[in-house]
Design a protein around this ligand. Structure first.
Ligand code: HEM
Length: 464
């Protein structure tokens, strides 16, 4: 078996360390020495604890100051593979002062890379427990609140880590409202959009639009500053690129805003539309429920991520929901960069173009009985929403297709599977299926106008 060759100290700053680091390391040696002494003292303290000491992964012996940096070599992946053969698929190194774990097996990689799954499972436990309590009291619940809390928790944890999930965020409760305000504002009329000059600005000042924009901007900014301050990766992104790519705190804030708007609202809205349609069509609800319960069996407290592959009918329910209710009805507006033609018509440069995904999903030219919610229409059909069937484009298509498609699809399917597996659903006393309102409202994304109120009761054969 080949082994990685540790280097002698005299060779340390030779070929083993990537060239671009060598000069920097030499210059930094005094600083490294001090910080090494400090960190090694605190590390020794934490290792000396007897009971309950952490079980750290094994790893090679460390040199003073550099730790294991000298073992990386110019092709770190190769040397690390050799080290993993000796120390195992999860091993610990220290690169100067940075404790580092290297994973080299599919199983370990799965655990590292499945952050989204863990977040989803954790939030789903919380949702099912909340609804179990509600079911015990037989009281109607406003499903909106539960579903928004769930997707907010999943996306927040995936995007911002434990800070968000553990609810240490002072602004968390308020953030959803700030986000709603921001979305309303982005979609409302600004005179400056249409008269990009002093007259437009004056009009916006007089109508109060400017003051509102400033207020919302400041609220969002306070939130984003907090996110950036509490999140190492985002800080490093700023530090690494600031000056070179001009990647600033403002860029990071734009990414954060996109993620929130793109992710939380769309997933929740879709789940609520699906449940609304199912409450209006009890026979479809029963069919989807029977499928999930047969696929998962009776002995589980809830559906887990692996079960998702076994529920094709529920996937049709999701497709049909997104056909009738794409949350971003007009996708994201485009603008022509040069004169062009669309279906034989000339369209000049700098024209804004909206694609009405909502109308396309209800076009009788593509869909028989288009207004009817009928997931069975997808039986034996190869039409999907991944961007190559233009009659179904709830996620857009082409270069700007939703980058969160897979995650959105999983969030929606997995949540619905759990709602249907764990609970039986009824409407509040006196309400008939056709009474469930399908009125919509919104600005950038469109959602139910009224909250969806339903009565859950625990599925009796489900394991406690
Ligand atoms: C059911 C769930 C979702 C639906 C229906 C949806 C739909 C869309 C649509 C229609 C667009 C515009 C695409 C275009 O104009 O061609 C979009 C863009 C985007 N989506 Fe999603 N999305 C969903 C979930 C998510 C999730 C979970 C994330 C993030 C994790 C996300 C992040 C984004 C972002 C960042 C953009 C902007 C891309 C750009 O600026 O070009 N979406 N989404």
């Amino acid at each position: 078996m080949a082994t990685a060759t540790p280097l002698l100290p005299s060779q340390l700053l030779g070929g083993s360390v990537p060239q671009q680091w060598q000069m920097g390391l030499l210059a930094l040696l005094p600083v490294l020495l001090v910080s090494y002494l400090l960190t090694s003292r605190s590390r020794n303290r934490s290792r000396s604890g007897k009971d309950g000491a952490p079980r750290l992964p094994p790893g090679p012996a460390q040199l003073p100051i550099l730790g294991n940096l000298h073992l990386l070599g110019p092709l770190p992946h190769k040397n690390l593979r050799e080290l993993a053969r000796r120390y195992g698929p999860v091993m610990q190194l220290r690169l100067v002062t940075v404790p580092t774990v290297v994973v080299s097996s599919a199983e370990a990689a799965r655990e590292v890379l499945k952050a989204a799954c863990y977040a989803r499972e954790q939030e789903m436990d919380r949702l099912v427990a909340d609804l179990d309590r509600a079911a015990a009291s037989k009281a109607p619940v406003v499903l909106n609140d539960h579903v928004f809390a769930l997707t907010d928790g999943i996306i927040g944890t995936v995007a911002f880590g434990n800070i968000y999930a553990s609810k240490q965020f002072a602004h968390k409760e308020r953030f959803q409202h700030v986000l709603d305000d921001a979305m309303d504002m982005m979609a409302s009329f600004s005179a400056e959009d249409f008269f990009p000059n002093a007259a437009g600005r004056l009009a916006d000042r007089l109508t109060g639009f400017l003051a509102r924009r400033e207020r919302i901007f400041n609220e969002l900014d306070v939130f984003f500053e907090k996110v950036i301050d509490q999140h190492d990766v985002l800080i490093n992104l700023c530090k690494e690129h600031d000056g070179t790519l001009r990647f600033t705190r403002d860029h990071v804030k734009a990414i954060v805003l996109d993620t929130f708007i793109g992710a939380i609202d769309t997933s929740s809205v879709t789940i609520l539309w699906a449940m609304s349609e199912l409450m209006r069509k009890p026979q479809v609800l029963r069919k989807a429920q029977a499928e999930v319960r047969a696929a998962v069996g009776d002995n589980k407290p809830r559906v887990d991520s692996e079960d998702a592959a076994k529920i094709p009918y529920l996937k049709m329910v999701v497709k049909e929901t997104l056909r009738l209710h794409p949350p971003a009805t007009l996708l994201v507006p485009r603008e022509t960069m040069r004169d062009t033609t669309i279906s034989g018509y000339d369209v000049p440069a700098n024209t804004r173009v909206f694609v009405n995904a909502w109308a396309i999903g209800r076009d009788p030219a593509s869909w028989p009985a288009p207004e009817e919610f009928n997931p069975d229409r997808f039986v034996g059909s190869d039409v999907d929403y991944y961007g190559s069937h233009f009659e179904l484009i709830p996620f857009g298509a082409g270069r700007r297709i939703c980058p969160g498609l897979a995650m959105g699809e999983t969030n929606v399917t997995f949540t619905l599977a759990n709602l249907l597996y764990c609970f039986d659903w009824a409407l509040p006393a006196g309400m008939k299926p056709e009474d469930v309102s399908m009125e919509e409202t919104g600005a950038l994304t469109f959602h139910r106008k009224t909250p969806l109120v339903v009565v859950p009761s625990k599925y009796q054969r489900r394991a406690a």
